[in-house]
Write a protein that binds this ligand. Sequence first.
Ligand code: CA
Length: 231
Amino acid sequence: MNASRILIIEDEKKISDVVAAYLEKDGFIVDTAQTGCDGLRMIVNCPDLVILDLMLPDMDGEDICRMIRGSSDVPVIMLTAKNREYDKLGGFQAGADDYVVKPFSPKELVARVRARLRKTLTDNSRTVSFNNGMLLIDTQKREVVLEQKPLVLTPTEFKLLMAFINNIQRPLNREQLIGIVQGYDFDGMDRIIDAHIKNLRQKIEKDTRRPELIKTVYGVGYVFTGTPDEK
Ligand code: CA
């Protein structure tokens, strides 16, 4: 098996260096980011696990976690300096899989990383199905099948689709979609989002004039209205 790739998003270089050294000694490939923005950009390298500090200079760790969750099922271990119940809860609500309270022992963190990766391996094929099997999405292998035909989605289209299926019946506005696609906002992104949605619809909708899966919410954005099939 190839070495697993771990992304550390942590602004305190001392901590990130120590953790990286321990992980590398254990055979992991480690990438580091010092800001939330850089971390989100590095998600495209498909890390096997993310170690995410809750307090970063530019963004809140929980927000970053939510954004990662918009496009990826990658396990996230949150580093938190706080040890209060509501903080843990906030982390889990944002989609973190585990958390470690600072100060922590790097050995313990590496053990948690290993445990989490083992767990991921055992359920690494996560297929979700919508509208009586019409649309199948393997979130791990990133495969999408529409009426038995495999689709080729661009990474952006896949990210958007993942964001939609994680928010069924909940409208997402263009700003949120921009955050999911880019990790940050800039002028002119609205039209780019609309163009991505148009392309995605062309692939997953039977009739783009009467979309059944991604509907427009006027004045807001878009909403995924597919019905998840019972497992
Ligand atoms: Ca920090």
